[in-house]
Design a binder for this molecule. Structure first.
Ligand code: ADP
Ligand code: MG
Length: 403
């Protein structure tokens, strides 16, 4: 590795050295620290975060690595080995950072520095060098990985003493306000707070782990002889942003009609009665997805607590049907991938992430993993579509410093 291409996973020391070399090649000095923040897949709990509900992500081994050194002159310099603008350095003045002022990828890291300062932390400028192997725009949260790496490195370099939960909130604030993407808290919490060998049960109403609701749920897939496959369809349909905003508004409208602070406040037992009080089938379908999805997150979590890993399979597949038929955020490609995986022997499968493409997950017996991935690849080839990319999702650690 020469520090100019993406740094693959390896022993911490080797990755740290490769990223530090990349920093030196760009800035001509040595970094003070190297941090990494991972991408994520959500096991279950889609479009529940902005309804104050539940979700269950794991962090991936794929991560955005960041080599960083503070500067004293009020300048922020950014370089990414994956930057679409090639080898260039984006140079910004801290005093000029205002929401919407930084176009393109640099807005994500610059937004975090802005969010820290906006929250009253008088952090200085820095030289930041990024190198990531999180697939970009694949529904695996490369944007949160970018943000959370910056938040964690600044927290360390400036001795801010902020918790991973607080760093996730600042990162979300950066994406919402500085970049202008109205995302929920799922991605940033996963990237900041996940632990190795566990899924993170999140209750959006109570994300501080000290309150005991949001917690690590042990998930030893390998020990159970299972594999969680991620299959990236490499498809991203363009109308995703508008559709997200529209569904979000629909959920808020339904909650208001029902007299609830959020759809999370509607119990599964009261769902049918509530649906009768809604004016149209569109709103009914949104509410049905959100309420049943929250219930599925709780059911999956209870099964994992009980060590019944295989039993979550049907709930994953049910979750996909709910996204396809009620929330209407799947697409031909993700539907085919899910159906093919299940037909080829997966215990369960579903689209993961915001929708309209991106990746699916499939829970499979270790012995079936290759056959399931091959079946999906064959089905895509038969349609003449771009080959999907499959890999194994090992529940990995959230943002951490590479020693
Ligand atoms: P996702 O988070 O699912 O990957 P998003 O659309 O939310 O998809 O974020 C993708 C955007 O994040 C990219 O278009 C790019 O601007 C930015 N990005 C993510 N990772 C990197 C990286 N390593 N280098 C440069 N930009 C990145
Ligand atoms: Mg994102």
């Amino acid at each position: 590795q020469d520090g100019t291409g993406p740094v693959r996973t390896g022993p911490d020391g080797a990755v740290r050295e490769a990223v530090a070399k990349g920093f030196e090649a760009v800035y001509g000095t040595t970094p003070q620290v190297v941090w990494q923040a991972p991408g994520r897949v959500n096991v279950i709990g889609e479009h529940t975060d902005y309804n104050d509900g539940f979700m269950l992500p794991i962090a991936l081994p794929h991560a955005t690595r960041l080599a960083a050194a503070l500067r004293e002159d009020g300048v922020l310099r950014l370089h990414s080995a994956q930057s679409p603008d090639g080898s260039g350095i984006t140079e910004l003045s801290l005093s000029d950072l205002v929401p919407g002022s930084v176009p393109g990828w640099a807005g994500y890291p610059a937004g975090v520095v802005w969010a820290l300062r906006d929250a009253g932390h008088a952090v200085p400028g820095a030289d930041l060098y990024f190198d990531s192997d999180v697939p970009v725009g694949a529904g695996l949260s490369s944007s949160a990985a970018l943000e959370c790496a910056v938040a964690a490195a600044y927290n360390d370099l400036c001795g801010l003493g902020l918790t991973p939960t607080r760093l996730a909130l600042l990162s979300q604030h950066a994406e919402n306000v500085f970049v202008g993407v109205p995302c929920g808290i799922l991605d940033q919490l996963a990237s900041s707070c996940c632990a190795e060998g566990a899924a993170l049960f999140v209750d959006v109403r109570s994300i501080d782990p000290a309150e005991g609701r949001t917690r690590q749920v042990p998930l030893d897939l390998a020990g159970a002889g299972l594999v969680l496959l991620v299959i990236d369809t490499q498809v991203k349909h363009a109308h995703a942003d508008g559709a997200y905003a529209e569904r979000r508004r629909g959920c808020e409208k339904a909650a208001a009609i029902l007299g609830l602070p959020a759809l999370r406040d509607l119990a599964l037992a009261d769902l049918d009665a509530a649906l009768d009080r809604l004016p149209d089938d569109g709103l009914r379908a949104l509410v049905r997805h959100v309420v049943t999805e929250d219930a599925r997150v709780e059911q999956v979590t209870a099964l994992l607590d009980a060590g019944e890993l295989r039993a979550i399979g049907p709930l994953l597949t049910e979750g996909h049907a709910s996204m396809r038929d009620d929330y209407r955020i799947s697409c031909t490609e993700t539907d085919l991938a899910v159906d093919t995986a299940v037909a080829a022997g997966a215990l369960g499968a579903r689209m993961t992430g915001g929708g309209f493409g991106g990746s699916i997950i499939a829970l499979v017996e270790k012995a079936d993993a290759e056959a399931v991935a091959a079946a999906v690849a064959d089905a895509f080839a038969a349609q003449g579509w771009t080959a999907p990319r499959a890999f194994t999702a090992v529940p990995s650690a959230g943002a951490r410093r590479l020693a």
